[in-house]
Ligand binder design. Structure first.
Ligand SMILES: Nc1ncnc2c1ncn2[C@@H]1O[C@H](COP(=O)(O)OP(=O)(O)O)[C@@H](O)[C@H]1O
Ligand SMILES: Nc1ccn([C@@H]2O[C@H](COP(=O)(O)OP(=O)(O)O)[C@@H](O)[C@H]2O)c(=O)n1
Ligand SMILES: [Mg+2]
Length: 189
């Protein structure tokens, strides 16, 4: 139903990436868990190229792209930008950069991101590196990050961490639906 997964299914097409066959490692963890910091170390020691989904999205906003406002709003709210948009940026970066080993940091953020990436690019990650960190520590780090990011404030941070269940039933269910919808859309397709 109009998702990137459906589009790829219909066309039965894989992107040019399936020719390049790069090695990909997904680097995951909550906001502030240190993904970007450790990716910089891995780049230095192991020759990977670091692709941060968040950095690519922020660059897209700066470039004045037609999706810029939508991306800006979603980042400010701590919600996940549609897979189609993020995957295009990742594909472009992988094709343009002359390396065959990539750390993909902050992607996938959900199951729909993951399935769409695999279907569209044909790439299965070598492995997933997950940085496990307490919310208390992540919050402390984000509030001290000092990179001028619109989402490094307590309101957005709390939205990014979890569903706030201290609100009225209807509002909590809005947040619950946002988690289920991408997966259920795919199952119904
Ligand atoms: N192990 C650590 N201990 C303390 N501070 C850290 C650690 N790792 C990262 N930081 C700091 O925490 C903040 C968030 O790190 P960052 O790499 O941007 O995380 P992420 O990309 O997962 O959000 C940065 O200011 C960074 O310097
Ligand atoms: N796969 C992704 C990654 C980031 N994003 C957006 O970008 C924001 C910042 O992501 P990031 O990876 O730079 O954040 P950190 O984990 O580094 O703090 C997220 O909160 C989302 O709004 C997204 O929509 N989809
Ligand atoms: Mg980061």
């Amino acid at each position: 139903m109009g998702t990137v997964v459906d589009a790829a299914n219909k066309e039965g097409a894989k992107s040019a990436l399936s020719e390049k066959k790069p090695k990909v490692v997904f680097v995951l963890g909550g906001p502030g868990s240190g993904k970007g910091t450790q990716c910089a170390n891995i780049v230095e020691h192991f020759g990977y190229t670091h692709l941060s989904a968040g950095d690519l999205l922020r660059a897209e906003i700066k470039s004045g792209s037609e999706n810029g406002t939508m991306i800006q709003n979603m980042i400010s709210e701590g919600t996940i930008v549609p897979s189609e948009v993020t995957i295009k940026l990742l594909e472009k970066a992988i094709m343009e950069i002359d390396n065959d080993k990539f750390l993909i940091d902050g992607f996938p953020r959900n199951e729909e991101n993951r399935a769409a990436f695999e279907l569209v690019t044909g790439i299965v990650p070598e492995f997933v590196l997950f940085f496990d960190c307490s919310e208390e520590e992540m919050e402390r780090r984000l509030l001290g990050r000092n990179q001028g990011r619109v989402d490094d404030n307590i309101e957005t941070i709390r939205k990014r961490f979890k569903i706030d269940a201290g609100k009225p039933v209807e509002e909590v269910f809005e947040a619950v639906k946002a988690v289920f919808a991408p997966v259920e859309d795919k199952a119904a397709a």
